[in-house]
Write a protein that binds this ligand. Sequence first.
Ligand code: NDP
Length: 245
Amino acid sequence: MSKLSNKVALVTGGNSGIGLATAKLYKDEGAQVIITARSNETFEKAKKEYGNVFDVVQTDVSKVEDLDRLYAHIKSKYGKLDVIFANAGIAQTAPTAEVTPDFFDNQFNTNVKGVFFTVARALPILAKGSTVVLNASVVASKGFVGSSVYSATKAAVRNFARTWTAEIPVDQVRFNVLSPGPIETPIFGKMGMPDEHKAGMAAGLPIKRLGRPEEMARVALFLASDDSSYLAGAEIMADGGFGQV
Ligand code: NDP
């Protein structure tokens, strides 16, 4: 029996990395999957590569008008939404003294405002018994050099799940958090991190390797499905032990 049969699932940032692996798994488990991509370039690429597998919608999650357009599309095409993996995010690191207001706003606009309105604007179309999985990070609860701003964005995301669990009836929408450790995705290239730095980071982990997107997808499936039926406002650290060192 597939775990997401008859479900309509949205994966923001489903064109890359953890989001793409999760979108594929949700699809394999029976869901109709909508993915978003942000820029013209990534949207066209995703449409070409995955247009016959997923419903690809160009959306910048930091723009509320884009989210409203996305949800109008989902409502008219599917009539409902059952699962959201609020995954779209950016990571930038800088020593605190070098953080500019633009750097700060950019991170918060995508990672905090983006996640907030991805959920807030979906509430009217979320079916009873929906699940929302928020993608935070192990650094939401751990010091990490250069990540004061990014970590704060992810701490905010983690807290959204707690507040919404208190505010919104759990039998209506169940919120939980996936907090990955370092996972091998394009995000490191976008941050400009050299390969030797990645290798050093892997060596410092208790598990001695970076995680794979597919390993996060399995946790994101658990949290989206009835397998996690008694979890509400919970956080799963999928971090190879990074939070312990
Ligand atoms: P990727 O860079 O592979 O994917 C990031 C995704 O987010 C892309 O699909 C990107 O879309 C999308 N995105 C970024 N900004 C926006 C925006 N404003 N609107 C819509 N989409 C946007 O990285 P990961 O798969 O690694 O990251 C996915 C999530 O996991 C992020 O939230 C990240 O913070 C979190 N995470 C990742 C970790 C890791 O080590 N990889 C560790 C902990 C957490 P596009 O390609 O169109 O720009």
